[in-house]
Write a protein that binds this ligand. Structure first.
Ligand code: UDP
Length: 467
């Protein structure tokens, strides 16, 4: 009988740390059907329905183990998301250990691939004598910034945003300090401490898979492969994205609405799986879209005036988000646009021929999904590493335009209308669209049978098969 190679994968907490590693597992199985993957899923209790439906549709050689939920009352209340996530992951370690232990006794487990938030599990690789890899679901630019962070930390005495000069991360366009990695914006914070800890934890793995491809991030990827820096071997395996998202009746309705629009005429507006705007910003965005006179499809979420990642762990309240739109907006724009509450079938939306632009919060999955369809951007970063992604899109790849904000951080309606017009009807927009089409082709090539990303993954699979 042929030997089956077993791999364990360990996602982080949250939809966008579960789905990417599952997509990676699917890609691995698709290329190497003789592998078996067990996905050890930490949880907070009931998973969001989008995550559940993905787990229910996995192929037979990927099997999920849902860990007992972490007890929320064991965690400090009211701490930021990026403190909650590592704490939840820390509390999940005993059950992750148990799951790995039974896998090593029952199967021929050769390696584990983990989300970087699960870095504490790397200690178990030694104990169980298996290889360890990180799956980094974000940009190589972000990975380069993170791996560079300990050095930057040593060299810098002030907050990064107060530096008089831009920050130079190997291989990347220079970042203004305030655009640098979100969790590094307050160096006295726990979030920053955890980020540094995480980086130190991930430097000694057997390899890092990064969800990017050579043509999109040539220079950051080259810098990461520079052996003198002593980083682990790097494998660009992207773009790995969802191929389809489950959708509700409203989702279906928005696709039908798109069918009736002209090719390339609609701006899709969405802030990812959990991004939120303040009430004031929702109002400005609504008036800006209206003023632009362009067609739009807007996924509206209830406002949050204190944090931009309020809905990230699925903690959405039951209120109807449409009630926060300006008075009369829906009526006035009923021919111009469509708004849908909280969730759209994004992959299908971006693949629809009527969509000609994407106003995005610059989450990496959203960016890759758009790259695969050749749709250019209005970049509207909110949290985490999104400002760095925005810089990559607008200043390095030149496939996006970023609205200016006023002294209070608010993008005003006239500015929003201006960037919508620039993208949807201006010369710059046309040029961005051409560059985006080139990126679309490069993305598809990377995934072909002999493409750069396919080869990178097969190289490691060969090693696993022979270990
Ligand atoms: N997504 C979706 N519908 C929505 C919002 C988001 O299907 O209305 C999916 C999107 O396709 C992507 C993921 O959620 O796969 C968002 O990931 P991203 O990295 O862009 O942002 P995050 O949610 O991590 O902030």
């Amino acid at each position: 009988m042929e030997k089956t190679t077993h791999i364990a994968v360990i996602p982080g907490i949250g939809f966008s740390h579960l789905v990417p590693i599952l997509q990676f597992s699917k890609r691995l199985i698709e290329l190497h059907p003789d592998f078996h993957v067990t996905c050890i899923v930490p949880s907070l209790g009931s998973l969001p329905s989008a995550s559940k439906s993905i787990l229910q549709t996995l192929p037979p050689n990927i099997n999920p183990i849902l860990l007992p939920p972490v007890n929320l009352s064991d965690l400090p209340q009211g701490v930021p998301l990026l403190v909650q996530i590592p704490l939840i992951m820390s509390h999940s370690m005993p059950s992750i250990h148990e799951a790995l232990k039974s896998l090593t006794t029952e199967t021929t487990l050769v390696a584990m691939v983990i989300d970087s938030f699960a870095f504490e599990a790397l200690d178990f690789a030694q104990e169980f004598n298996i290889l360890s890899y990180i799956y980094f679901p974000a940009a190589a630019t972000t990975l380069s910034a993170l791996l560079h962070l300990p050095k930057l930390d040593e060299e810098t005495s002030c907050e990064y945003r107060d530096l008089p000069h831009p920050i130079k991360v190997p291989g990347c366009v220079p970042f203004h300090g305030s655009d640098f990695y979100g969790p590094a914006q307050d160096r006295t914070s726990l979030v920053y401490k955890y980020a540094l800890q995480r980086v130190k934890g991930i430097r000694f793995v057997d390899g890092i898979f990064v969800n990017s491809f050579l043509e999109m991030e040539t220079s950051p990827l080259r810098a990461l492969k520079d052996e003198e820096k002593g980083y682990p071997p790097l494998y660009p395996v992207g773009p790995i994205v969802q191929t389809a998202t489950g959708f509700s009746a409203v989702g279906l309705e928005c696709l039908t609405w798109l069918d009736k629009q002209q090719v390339g005429s609609v701006l899709y507006v969405s802030f990812g799986s959990g991004g939120t705007l303040s009430q004031e910003q929702i109002t400005e965005l609504a008036y800006g879209l209206e003023l632009s006179n362009h067609k739009f499809l807007w996924v509206v979420r209830a406002p949050n005036n204190t944090t931009a990642d309020a809905a990230y762990l699925g903690a959405q309240n039951d209120v109807n988000p449409l009630q926060f739109l300006p008075c009369g907006f829906l009526e006035r724009t009923k021919e111009q646009g469509m708004v849908i509450p909280s969730w759209a079938p994004q992959v299908q939306v971006l693949g629809h021929s009527s969509v000609g632009g994407f106003l995005t919060h610059c989450g990496w999955n959203s960016i890759l999904e758009s790259a695969l369809k050749g749709v250019p951007f209005i970049t509207w970063p909110l949290f985490a590493e999104q400002k760095m992604n925005a810089v990559l899109l607008s200043e390095s790849l030149k496939v996006g335009v970023r609205p200016r904000v006023n002294e209070n951080g608010l993008a005003e309606r006239e500015e929003i209308a201006h960037v919508v017009k620039l993208l949807m009807e201006g010369k710059e927009g046309r040029e961005m669209r051409i560059r985006m089409k080139e990126l679309e082709e490069a993305a598809a090539n990377a995934l072909k049978e002999d493409g750069s990303s396919t080869n990178a993954l097969s190289h490691v699979a060969f090693k696993w098969n022979h270990s």
